[in-house]
Write a new protein. Sequence first.
Length: 423
Amino acid sequence: MQQQPNFLVIVSDQQRWDSLGCNGNVFAQTPNLDAMAARGANFELSFTPFPVCTPARASMWTGVHPNKHGVTYNRYGIDDVISYESKVDTTLFEIMQSAGYRTAYFGKWHLGETNNGRFDIWKGFNSHGGHWEDGRQSFQGGRYKPETQTEEMIRFLESPQAREKPFIAVQSYYPPHNPFTAPAESYAPYRRKGVPFPGYYAAVTALDGCVGAVREVLRRTGLSENTLVLYVSDHGETFNFAEAAPHKWVCQDSSIRVPFLMEGPGVPEGIRPKGLVGLEDLMPTVLAAAGITCPDYIDGANLFDLLDGTATAWRDAYYAQTERRTTRTLQRCIRTKDLKLILSWDEQHEFYDLTIDPEEEFNLFDVPRADKQNQYMHFGDQSGRILSLARMMLSRAGELDDFAGVELASRLLRQRDDSPDRR
């Protein structure tokens, strides 16, 4: 077996952090992902920097924040989004190829219609097309595309190509992204039982079965001893809780908080790190594990430094950005372990105390205030905490050269007259 580790990255699409049993869900059936979490690391505070497919994936594979790479919309009909549009034109895969790794991609890419050469094995597609071969559903005798992709991945793992040289392989599933459909047997725990959106959770369960099949092949072939497995999603799912929040595009945790699991060499067993992590951390983590020098422009951090306690400092807040889809309003978010501030270009700002309101039902920006439901008169003034978060946002936005974040935070601080003698 080669000395350098292999890497298998499994990506789901539009999956909420709380959709897994290992993350507290009391009805979701996810035994294989729960087992992966038990054998490795399950990050409790893991986020996407932009809750939309193409921007999030660009950050995941370039290691930089969306404002740095400049890809801030979903893209279709473009051969290669990275070379066409991104301000950072090198991904993790070219670096791994140069270091002698075989690169393989299976499933949804959403960064272009074709392979520009960064993958030695390409079984990918950009987006759309549904979850079923030829569009036939389970009850029509159809074949679930994730099952086909999983078989392709298994054939690769069982082939000499997975042993001739170290590899990085990506298995990227389109579900549980809408439309919410899955094989009929995956509906059994949810249908007619009062579970909202049963098709969504059926898709989560179906993917869990696919993950289990891949993990079993790794075990049977002995590859698990030298393969770091990561499971992430590009963004969450809001279930359209508001007219301005169709599926994603907002900074609520349902949209920006995602599963992030790691299992394999060097990962302690059964830990739940509480540091704030993001998709941009995947690239520097893989490079560090492979012994490859990380580019100095990377915004992400090596997660092994968090796992083994060698990090001298870790981020105390996570910065996310989006543009509310229906109103085309820029939003910037700063999220600590306990608090969240969301600033919007239309000044419909939000502030949440996650210790008392993890569902983000009570917007405490500008309380106490009167409202027709008489909910906000008994909250104390939150200006001190809001201004503290605004200063954190201003600092991080400046580091990222994000003009919108700088302007939003500066505008709020000016409006609140945040002069040094008032701090």
